[in-house]
Design a protein around this ligand. Structure first.
Ligand SMILES: [Zn+2]
Length: 716
């Protein structure tokens, strides 16, 4: 993920809708300098390039205690190199300025890329402490680079004759970063900007830590198993284990996930338990205790506005959308409003169906958010005769991976995979694969981390450990992280169809990383605007339901029988079910984000809960049973992660995805020819060209909203 103000520092919360990509892009900092190295740093695993294939991290050697010295040394070297670029007496050239920047910061880059992956997926108090300690240091370091007017002036003076298109794009991207960071500001303004950035970095880390604690503490403890009627034996076993792990032996613990809705709500028959779990989720971070996030996020919103003002922009949203495909908050809000009206209308139809079912059972109550998924599941069964527990046995996680996700990639792109149990991993459950291109050449290393842990952030995401770059001679080393329930020992991991879709989604990001073909890491692979980055992942979701793929991977885990056609038909028919609900919860969350960051004057701020209520009312999100996917106090994407004024990006990517799939289906569907075309124009270009242009080259037109509304079932 591209991060304007922070290249080295990357906030560690890679949560997503079903995901997000996080990119601790190590593009700015610098070269090793042996003169500065003492003996102890020379034995640090980040000091030199890893000796493993494609410089895959040496997890068998890396210790928590290695990060601090690697950071300190990396920062010192980096500072010296930045100074050298700024003070170079020679006339500025592409080589002595842009390439010098691109070649810098290698030690810091290696260390931070591993570090921020670990703080997201396998953290501990030591790493959390280092993360908090270094957040302001990295922010300040970043400012030293991007607020450096000598370097900025050099960049502006570079003669561009003889440079190729990718060189020119790299200059453009660096120039934009310096501009957006405030390199054009006066010295007094820069001092203010540095202060704001340091405060923001600290506040984001504080927010993330509070939220992690709030999520842990928000878990619901149940002593009487009768209150958990409806949960499967596996779900009960997991709840029992979670309770034991948190020191409540003999009880059951319902652990919170990061979203408003909690998966167990679908199965819990006891309405009081459902209400308890939902409220534990909704109120998790607004209890007035040490983990209440409201004061922190209000400070973040205010500081972001002040930062935008300093840059001469009306709002943070305006500032943050300058380098995006959408360009302006108005364009983004226009897309959201085109979706909101049909989505809410559809959710009302779904609500009526659910209420009718409750009434037919003499429920005697009005549907509330904690009832929605429980009854929606029954409506789905009645309407489509589809039972989640009937289909789960066909989705064993490893089979879905190898015979589904990998199979689709082989059919469409011609690539193949080989498991690499010899490569060291950061946690015993992590698996490693090597990826081979259509001509059999090895192209990437790919890790998978499937199961949820209490020291892992919620959601699912993709990330690079090593970025592809011809300049550096590096190939992509990539990880996908998920939060699937870990099965009891000896049991298979059977996942829902939603989880299956998430696997295809995350792998779409991985393909975007694996097919990267750029000279420069800064504009390689998934280092693209936020409103483009979800496009490759979302389009890969289509393969989950592609008949030839589905038949290959959906095998009953005991008998290996393929899924019956009747069930396939039902899954396809049911795939648009509840789309009114899910689109409304996403679009309302995106609208909240955009409005928090569209504030142009301090007087427009209100206390968190009041602000949220007003926005939802103003934009027509009035269905009480359909709350936003993230309630402001736990909206980690925007307060702790890199999605501020950017959550709409998922919907922007959605627009591209539907339009592109429309193109593919009209040109023969899942053919190698289409796969090669998509790879050539979309997956392999990184950010090496204007992506509005790249899209048009692929689809031979600009995207329109009609295919998206059709995919969602909002139009016929
Ligand atoms: Zn994603």
């Amino acid at each position: 993920m591209k991060n304007i103000t922070s290249v080295v520092l990357l906030s560690s919360l890679g949560l997503g809708i079903s995901c997000s990509t996080m990119k601790p892009t190590a593009s700015t900092p610098m070269k090793d300098s042996t003169t500065m190295a003492d003996a102890s740093i020379k034995s640090n695993p980040f000091y030199k390039k890893s000796s493993l294939q494609y410089q895959a991290p040496e997890f068998d050697k890396i210790k928590d205690s290695d990060f601090k010295p690697a950071f300190d040394y990396g920062l010192k070297v980096n500072e010296a190199e930045i100074e050298a670029i700024a003070n170079n007496k020679a006339a500025p050239t592409f080589e002595n300025t842009i390439l010098a920047l691109e070649n810098s910061g290698k030690v810091l880059g290696r260390a931070t890329m591993v570090f921020y992956n670990l703080t997201s997926s396998n953290t501990n108090p030591t790493l959390q402490k280092i993360e908090a300690d270094y957040a302001p240091i990295f922010a300040a370091h970043n400012d030293k680079i991007y607020l450096n007017s000598s370097i900025f002036n050099r960049i502006k003076a570079i003669k561009t004759e003889g440079l190729d298109a990718e060189d020119l794009r790299l200059i453009e991207v660096y120039k934009e970063r310096f501009e957006l960071a405030g390199a054009d500001l006066t010295d007094a303004q820069k001092v203010k900007m540095k202060k704001i950035n340091a405060e923001l970095a600290t506040l984001s880390t504080v927010f993330a830590s509070k939220l992690l604690e709030a999520r842990k503490n928000g878990a619901v403890l149940i002593s009487d198993v009768k209150e958990l009627d409806g949960l499967s034996p596996d779900e009960l076993a997991a709840a029992k284990k979670d309770a034991t792990d948190s020191g409540h032996d003999g009880m059951y613990q319902l652990t919170l996930l990061n979203t408003t809705q909690q998966p167990l709500l679908q199965n819990l028959k006891n309405r009081a338990t459902r209400e308890k779990l939902f409220k534990a989720s909704w109120y998790r971070a607004e209890k007035g205790d040490a983990n209440d996030t409201r004061a922190t996020l209000e400070k973040i919103a205010l500081l972001r506005m002040e930062k935008a003002h300093l840059m001469g922009k009306k709002s943070y949203a305006e500032l943050n959308l300058l380098d995006q495909m959408a360009k302006t908050p108005e364009n983004a809000l226009h897309l959201l409003s085109q979706l909101a009206t049909p989505a809410v209308a559809q959710a009302k139809v779904e609500e009526a169906d659910i209420q009718a079912l409750i009434d037919s059972q003499n429920g005697g109550f009005k549907v509330e958010p904690w009832d929605w998924n429980f009854y929606a599941e029954q409506v789905r069964k009645a309407k489509y005769d589809l039972d989640e527990n009937e289909i789960k046995p066909y989705f064993e996680v490893n089979t879905v991976l190898e015979k589904g996700v990998f199979y689709a990639a082989k059919e469409f792109y011609g690539i193949t995979f080989k498991e690499r149990p010899d490569l060291p991993v950061y946690q015993p459950d992590v698996k490693a694969y090597e990826v081979f291109d259509r001509d059999g050449k090895s192209i990437a290393i790919y890790y998978l981390d499937f199961f949820t842990r209490s020291n892992k952030s919620g959601g699912a995401w993709m990330n690079n450990f090593v970025n592809q770059s011809y300049l550096d001679g590096t190939k992509p080393v990539i990880v996908n992280v998920f939060n699937f329930q870990k099965p009891a020992p000896g049991k298979p991991s059977l996942i829902s169809f939603d989880d299956v879709t998430t696997m295809f989604h995350e792998f779409g990001h991985s393909l975007h990383g694996m097919f990267a073909s750029q000279k420069y890491a800064t504009i390689s692979g998934t280092s693209v605007p936020r409103d483009f980055v979800e496009f490759p992942s979302q389009i890969n979701e289509f393969f989950a339901l592609e008949p030839s793929v589905l038949k290959n991977y959906a095998l009953q885990y005991q008998t290996k029988e393929p899924i019956p056609q009747t069930l396939v038909d039902k899954i396809k028919k049911a795939s648009k079910f509840n789309e009114g609900y899910s689109t409304t919860e996403l679009v309302s969350a995106a609208t909240l984000d955009m409005m928090w960051h569209s504030v142009t004057d301090k007087s427009q701020f209100k206390p968190t809960l009041e602000f949220e209520k007003d926005v939802l009312k103003k934009y027509g999100f009035t269905l009480e049973a359909v709350p936003p996917r993230y309630h402001t106090p736990y909206f980690a994407h925007i307060w702790g992660g890199g999605y501020a004024a950017g959550y709409y990006a998922y919907m922007w990517s959605d627009l591209l995805k539907s339009d592109a799939w429309d193109y593919i289906t009209k040109h023969g569907g899942m053919t190698r020819e289409n796969g090669d075309r998509f790879r050539k124009y979309i997956l392999s270009v990184g950010n090496s060209k204007d992506l509005n242009v790249a899209y048009k080259e692929f689809a031979e037109r600009n995207p329109s909203i009609a295919p998206l509304l059709k995919d969602k079932g909002f139009t016929k």
